[in-house]
Ligand binder design. Structure first.
Ligand code: SF4
Length: 328
């Protein structure tokens, strides 16, 4: 890693955070730096490589992303046409195929130093970028699990609840604009999955494909973040909001009212994290802080195995920086 031109980097950044940014900062500050401010530590060819790596979709998140995309497309279709798509689970194969095709196009463009393909609704899968192909059995297994999860979603009572509502109450974030709100001078991004807004009742949903046991606390915090978005950006009182984690993997829906104490502690944590990241960036730029102290590599080394940043010296499959690319 090169840190030779830090003094030339911009000293001030707008303060921003999100559930993912906050999580990354807690788990590995170096990962946060690679993802959100790579130009503070690398330049030239190495910077392009880190920027590319930051755009990759981890293979571990692929199934969840495909299932989310299929459900979101079904909701949009129902809202637009008044009916649900015929055999919605069959879309899993097409969407997964799209991710694979996009990944190959993207990796080829990088290898040929051509302009990278751009799609706001697709990301290149990390292992395809790194030249590790899926075999046919893996693809079929992913499709079969994805179809099963989508079928489960359609079997939840939630679907008939939604059918009973006017679709004007439905809120589905559009890809181009990430929902956000201001917490003082900190911009907080909150890309919820789905929300219904009725005069007396607001329901916020998150579709979950992972393990309930491992993910429940994180999901609760994530949903509370969306509740805070609804309060700040849509002016909805917290007392009217209900939170639902729809756990497709376990055929289980968690229902929660808003815990105002948790919102308060999350707001304090987001603000502290945004300020801490900004202060570390400033110290790096001024030369009063060093990389290892301000943005250390994680001590939880198991996280490195699934990390998209193979430019990192601690990654078990660390790679050398690639040649420069013509565009981002
Ligand atoms: S490889 Fe490990 S230390 Fe490096 S950025 Fe990723 S999680 Fe952090």
């Amino acid at each position: 890693m090169r840190g030779d031109d830090l003094s030339m980097k911009r000293p001030e950044e707008p303060l921003t955070t999100s559930y993912l940014s906050h999580k990354a900062f807690k788990e590995c500050k170096r990962l946060w730096l690679y993802r959100y401010a790579p130009d503070r530590i690398v330049s030239g060819e190495a910077l392009w490589e880190v920027i590319r790596e930051g755009r990759l979709l981890p293979t571990s998140a692929l199934l969840g992303r495909v299932v989310d995309d299929v459900i979101t497309a079904a909701l949009r279709f129902r809202k637009r046409t008044g009916r649900w798509p015929h055999e919605p689970a069959s879309a899993v194969r097409k969407v997964l195929g799209d991710y694979v095709a996009f990944s190959r196009d993207w990796a080829n463009a990088v290898a040929n130093r051509e302009k990278w393909p751009r799609r706001s609704d697709r990301q290149a899968i990390d292992r395809l970028y790194y030249g590790e192909e899926f075999d046919l059995d893996e693809i079929e297994e992913l499709i079969s699990r994805g179809e099963e999860l989508v079928k489960r979603w359609f079997n939840f009572p939630l679907v008939s609840d939604l059918d009973a509502l006017n679709v004007e109450t439905w809120r589905i974030p559009e890809g181009a604009v990430t929902p956000h709100f201001l917490l003082g001078d900190v911009k907080v991004f909150a890309k919820f999955d789905f929300m219904t807004v009725e005069p007396e009742r607001v329901r916020i949903f998150d579709w979950k494909t992972g393990s309930v046991q491992r993910g429940e606390q994180g999901a609760r915090e994530q949903l509370h973040g969306y509740a805070d978005y609804a309060r700040h950006a849509l002016d909805i009182p917290l007392s009217r909001i209900e939170l639902f984690g729809v756990w497709l993997s376990a055929n289980f829906t968690s229902a929660d009212s808003v815990d105002e104490g948790l919102i308060e502690s999350l707001e304090a944590a987001w603000t502290a994290q945004a300020r801490s990241a900004s202060a570390s960036l400033s110290r790096l730029a001024e030369g009063t802080g060093d990389l290892e102290t301000e943005f250390p590599l994680t001590e939880q080394r198991w996280l490195c195995r699934g990390c998209v940043f193979r430019a990192c010296p601690q990654h078990p499959k660390q790679i050398a920086p690639e040649a420069p690319c013509s565009d981002v």
